[in-house]
Design a protein around this ligand. Structure first.
Ligand code: EPZ
Length: 428
């Protein structure tokens, strides 16, 4: 077990270099299964979820050669298994992407029901609906936590997703790229990472058109070849550090971003009083004066991203005035509000709506990271708070933020990591 100890109050100033996008990296690593030769993937973020995806690829039989800390060569030709080990899959929701890629390669896939962050029900019925439309046999109900999908031949079809789902959109793409015939996905998700996966597949020789719109057309091809590919930068990592600048009245330049991917985040932070300027591959955030209250409604891209909702809540907790946050994607993504209340936040939660009465400042105290983005929100609150905050369960944070401590240190944050010996080690 480990925790972060944060001394609040420092103004964060300097430069942060953004890493590869977690939510593009995970499906792209799964998609390598479909290639008939070695793929060199670069700009892989140094996060535990990416390492887990590489472990799954190795468990399936792939050969992996690390080129540097963010680049690997993956040879999928030695993959013989279509079964993702439960002890690996259970730790990460995105393990479900191996359903689509293994189905696309072998016509067979077996993955345990995904784990991941616990903020409400996280069904995969739309993934299964898509596979079924392509001719696969899928379970009517998921028994003993395993999902089996099989098909003698995947056949292109039209699929209208009942909900805008990033995972289902990507998973159906992975299964359809080598199907016989044409697949149309309607009501598709449009996130930058959906586009990045489509671009990766097309680089391999697939024929995917319309990614980034709500209609994606996939013409099945017989062979996908090995490629070199670099993952897009992580817009949520960038947005998180932008929020750190706002929280501390700071001045931070974020390098290696795609400003277009940050548009809704930049707009919201400007509404809260931040100066946000952009150049080719950087955004510059300067915060002077108080944080202004505002309302936030999370929406599928290009709306305000749900994965930035906890982070902006930490800002609105210390804004001047009352703010309303509406979470329209997830059923229960306000569990972190209790932790903010421990620090002195004035907030009420009713289902998918949270109302924050801004307070002058929060006070440091022991808190928990209840999930990945909630953990980031606690860090933002701690950086702005009076006194010391200790954040426990930081394994959630390290699933999705590479070198979190180092990047914050580099702009002047007063943070250290405390490793707590587990009981067994103490007994020893
Ligand atoms: C992806 O999750 C991201 N995870 C999430 O980010 C993100 O919050 C989410 O997209 C929305 O942007 C990864 O990419 C690994 P969805 P995903 O399918 O694909 C419902 C983070 O912090 N739904 O777009 O699982 C679902 O319940 C993580 O990086 C169904 O009903 O999300 C939700 O209400 C947290 N049936 C909505 O759709 C399905 O079959 C959107 O879910 C699938 C989804």
């Amino acid at each position: 077990m480990s925790k972060y100890r944060v001394q609040g109050g420092n103004r964060l100033v300097g430069d942060i270099y953004i890493g590869g996008c977690k939510n593009a990296c995970l499906p792209i690593l799964s998609a390598v299964v479909l290639a008939n030769d070695v793929c060199r993937i670069s700009n892989i973020p140094n996060i535990s979820d990416a390492l887990l995806s590489l472990d799954i690829l190795e468990a399936l039989g792939a050969k992996i050669k690390r080129i540097n800390k963010n680049t690997v060569d993956i040879d999928p030709r030695t993959i013989t298994s279509h079964v993702v080990p439960h002890d690996l899959a259970q730790h990460m929701r995105a393990s479900y992407y191996f359903l689509g890629s293994l189905l696309g390669r072998f016509g067979d896939a077996r993955v345990s029901m995904p784990g991941g962050c616990n903020f409400g029900v996280r069904p995969i019925d739309q993934h299964l609906k898509g596979f079924q439309a392509l001719g696969a046999t899928v379970p009517a109900i998921i028994e003993n936590g395993m999902i089996d999908a099989s098909a003698t031949q995947l056949i292109g079809n039209s699929i209208y997703l009942d909900v805008v789902s990033v995972g289902a959109t990507i998973n159906v793409m992975l299964a359809a790229v080598k199907a016989r015939g044409t697949t149309i996905i309607e009501n598709a998700a449009k996130e930058p990472h959906v586009v990045d996966v489509a671009n990766f597949l097309n680089t391999m020789g697939a024929d995917v058109r319309g990614a980034g719109t709500d209609t994606i057309k996939i013409c099945g091809v017989r062979v996908l070849h090995g490629v070199e590919y670099s993952i897009i930068p992580d817009q949520i990592e960038a947005g998180t550090y932008m929020a750190c600048a706002v929280a501390t009245g700071g001045d931070i330049i974020l390098h290696g971003v795609i400003p277009k991917h940050l548009e809704s985040i930049s707009a919201k932070l400007r509404e809260m009083g931040a100066q946000v300027s952009e150049d080719d591959d950087l955004v510059h955030v300067i915060m002077e004066g108080p944080i202004k209250a505002c309302n936030v409604k999370t929406m599928p891209h290009p709306g305000f991203p749900t994965d930035m909702q906890p982070q902006v809540a930490a800002l609105l907790a210390i804004a001047e005035g009352t703010s309303i946050i509406t979470e329209s994607i997830w059923d229960n993504r306000f569990r972190y509000v209790d932790e903010l209340r421990r620090m002195g936040a004035q907030a009420t939660v009713d289902g998918k709506v949270a109302v924050f009465q801004g307070v002058k400042s929060l006070n440091g105290c022991p808190v928990k990271a209840v999930d990945l983005r909630a953990g980031a929100a606690m860090m933002i609150a701690a950086l702005a708070a009076n006194g010391q905050t200790e954040i426990e369960d930081i394994q959630y944070i390290e699933r999705g933020y590479e070198n979190f401590l180092e990047k914050l240190h580099s702009v002047g944050a007063d943070i250290c990591r405390i490793d707590i010996p587990t009981i067994t080690s103490m007994r020893a």
